[in-house]
Ligand binder design. Sequence first.
Ligand code: ATP
Length: 835
Amino acid sequence: MLKAHSLSPEEILRILKTDRRGLSEEEAKKRLKIYGKNEIEEEEESLIKVFFRQFNNPFVYILFVASGISAYIGKKEDSLIILAIIFVNSLLGFFQEFRAITSLKALKKLTEVKTKVYRDGKLKVIPASELVPGDVVYIQEGDVVPADIRLIESVGLMVDESVLTGESVPVEKNADVVLPEDTPVYNRSNVVFKGTHVVKGWAVGVVYATGRQTEFGKISEKAKEKSPETPLMRALKKFSLAWMVIIFFLLSILFLIGIYQGRDIYEVLLLIVSELVSAVPEGLPLVITFTLVIGAIALSRRKVLIRYLPATETLGSTTFICSDKTGTITEGKLKVQEFFALNEKFLNLISALCNSSDGESGDPVDLALLRWLEENDIDWKKLREEYRTVKVFPFDTKKRYMAVIVEKEGKYYLLVKGAFETLSNFSEGISEELIKVHDVLAENGLRVLFFAYAEIPEPVEDIESLKLKPAGFVGFLDPPKEGVKEAVVNARRAGIRVIMITGDNLKTAVAVAKQTEIYREGDLAVEGKDLSKYSDAELYNLLKRVSVIARALPEDKYRVVKVLQEKGEIVAVTGDGVNDVPALKVADIGVAMGSGTEAAKSVAKMVITDNNLKVIVEAVRWGRIIVRNIKRAITYLLTTSFGEITLLSSAILMKLPLPLYPTQILWINIVTDGVQDKTFPFNKEEIDVMKEKPQKPEKVFLDKRLFLRFLTGGLFIGFINLILFKHLLSVYSYEVAVTITFTSMVVNQWAVGIQTVRDYPFFYKPWRNFQMNPYIFIGIFIGLILQLLAIYVFPNYFHAVPLSLEHWFYVILTTLSVFIFIEIRKLVFTIFSER
Ligand code: ATP
């Protein structure tokens, strides 16, 4: 292992066969082949492995045994059909998983971390995964360190290494030192490690380890544990277990009764096993994952990139959105709207010189000031030539001001602009009137900056001990974004509280919050510094009424998120700077802006490429639709399984011959569930999901309606087919009766599938059924062909006989009655929920 820290920059460049201009593209490509991608994740599973994994499942084992037994006792057709069913089922599972894998890959590509690297002497932006040892990279404030890097050149570099050390105080790094070989890893101040965040400064360095060779990679190797289960998956497990226990119990009793009645033990056993296999929704976890993936893809088209898949299911449950103001709620394009001058000369001078913009790009405040000077025919470039800048105190988000010391003709001036609350503490002549002027500007929703200056004999280090003279105020207009107000109203309807957390002044923030309806009569607005007065419990109660937190620091944001979460709230929070990383990390839904720092993006669960509160609220709506689609798939699967169980158990209890053959039960599973449940992830939604209150992910399955739906539906299907079967036995031969019942069960389940697409009755705007889910009809078409093949081409294999038109009449009759039954139930449900 290369001891990068004990080598000088020249030595390490030589050893890695590279130089300050970086590698050539060609060389980088070669090295990528040798070293592999700069990634920590497991190697991808091969497709063949994915295919064979489908067979690695207890239910498949059971079926293999069943097939073996059938062959042993001479039922060759049954044995073959069971094998075919295992194969087809696995194939269906494989295709679904294959789609999920490829979609996930595409999603991952969208959220890749980017990095700046010198290749062929030119600085380029490439995906961090393509870095190789020997690459020379450039890192700066806000970046995620993309690999383990020996610094070659650095200026004021501070790095947050908490991902590695747990220590959140940033550490200083310096290219110029060479350290002893045995320096412990985390004292190596001339190297930076993959996964850490640059808090300040910039550096150029050479990559000496990538992927799993990095310190971060080694830790992840050690702590290789499965990612924690999501609330929904946990709930699903519990639910499935309960369902399985019930099914197992019911079927065991049926088995005993069947034996007691003197039925053929092979028939009964195979029947029970087949029903067990088809009633257990073993494909459900995959259906859920698939629904989440499809949902994430739909979101990506709406400018929302999901970085952490389970966030999709949590989204819909959001109860609080804590949002930045500038850029998310407002346009973020500032324009000087009003000013108040006590000393016009200095107001202009400060605007021109206490300014970090070059007139083209830079801080929006500074850029707006230069535009404003230009509009008033003031030549700021000339002013910058006349006055020489001696020292800059860059804008500091904590202190909230920027200052410069300039010199002209041997005289020095300190020029300052920033938050009035801070600067008034060391300014003279702050009259009541001046305060009034500030407040009036702020109450109009303007971002107000205070301008002040001092004539000084010589450059100083500590400006806060001086007494500044006021030059005036400038008020910047930053209007609310389009659609924010509607989004806030929508969020409120959906039971979500929106809190604006901003660095801006309280009055300005409240004014903007009023315009967007975030703040309403009776709400509270507080300043960040006030939060420390409250205990966590008090703060939580306060937050239920607070809609604006002004002059807030990232620490305040972090605490708010923590306090809300501890009380079980589901919190979405926005952020874009390195300082926002802790809050973004702990939040249920950390939302980073596409334009934000790589550090913020790398910890956020969601990145929005169109920075607007509207987009977040829309994502919540999608989250709810996704959860509803999961519920649809579950309702469907349970209804049909319950229908089969009802039919079988009542037939056995009534001492009738068995209404279905075991292989038929397995077949039904394929031509109904197999082709239908895969279409629910694509289901659209017409119900206004934002009308409902947020539901916890773990409560998704404890839904009264879901129970009512599958219980009533299942019972109805079971009994109607029992009646049918009983009648058929008195009219036709057993083989005909069974084939009709078999087909009836299939077509009934298709009807259930169609009816599961919407909450509204089918005949209410019937074309909508096709709009909401056209795929289910395609699925049914495939199922129909398969079923026709079974009864007309391979009837012998399915204990079936080809049906005549007269027989189909029965099938249509039961299907219609099932369809109408659900239609009436929907009618009742809709009437109830409209009330
Ligand atoms: P938001 O939540 O609205 O995005 P923020 O937290 O990003 O706000 P900052 O940009 O940190 O807010 O600004 C906080 C305060 O610092 C402003 O209200 C203003 O008083 C002052 N300020 C902002 N930009 C500058 C600047 N370029 N020069 C001097 N002071 C500034």
